[in-house]
Design a protein. Structure first.
Length: 212
């Protein structure tokens, strides 16, 4: 793939405070000569209410808000896990899936989310544990021009967490072809096949047209 020309938008904002997402998204963009900032650089923005009904709507809400406030090109993603046996849940509520559960001592939100999901799937057989990570990545220019890329990563929910890399549901997201969980992959391996990596590649493939 030919390298897209990113100028004049060489300074962009990733509309997130999630350190894991920033690491995964910033590294590929750095290779294209882009100066990448996160929301931590703009504390005046505050929290952004994600009240959309889809991953695409939520990504656009974040990117539009940040671009309007800063006057810079903003890239935002909304992503989550869809589980077939749960009719697509937790979906857009993935990050807040276990808000109705009490945390165990010292338990992170990610660990609590996985604990709830494994409980919900306790009696679901192997052949019915299909799932996918979905990512919608929205880029919004200060003049209002927009582009949305979508990426999907098919997998299967494991019966217990495996691995310590990644974040979110990665330890229980199994990749049958590799015999590993997403949390057992290196960052490079994950970026090569993940939903976020797929969405980012689609975004970069269209970047020259989007920024011209």
């Amino acid at each position: 793939m030919d390298m897209p020309v990113l100028a004049p938008f060489q300074r962009i904002i990733l509309a997130t405070t999630n350190d894991g997402k920033i690491r995964e998204l910033a590294e590929p963009l750095h290779s294209f000569g882009v100066d990448v900032l996160g929301l931590a650089n703009f504390p005046e923005i505050g929290s952004i209410e994600e009240n959309g009904d889809s991953f695409e709507e939520n990504a656009l809400i974040k990117a539009r808000t940040v671009s309007a406030i800063t006057g810079l090109l903003s890239v935002a993603d909304d992503s989550g896990l869809e589980v077939d046996a749960l009719d697509g849940a937790p979906g857009i509520h993935s990050a807040r899936y276990s808000n109705d559960w009490e945390s165990l001592p010292g338990e992170s939100r990610d660990a609590r989310n996985m604990r709830k999901l494994l409980h919900e799937l306790a009696n679901v057989p192997e052949e019915s544990r299909g799932c996918r990570f979905v990512c919608c990545m929205a880029a919004v220019r200060p003049d209002g021009k927009e582009f949305v890329a979508r990426g999907i990563w098919e997998g299967r929910i494991l019966h217990e967490p495996r691995g310590s890399n990644g974040f979110g549901y990665d330890p229980i997201f199994g990749i049958p072809a590799l015999g590993k969980s997403a949390a057992q992959l290196t960052r490079e391996e994950k970026n090569a096949c993940s939903h976020r990596g797929n969405a980012l590649r689609r975004l970069l493939a269209n970047w020259e047209n989007f920024t011209s």
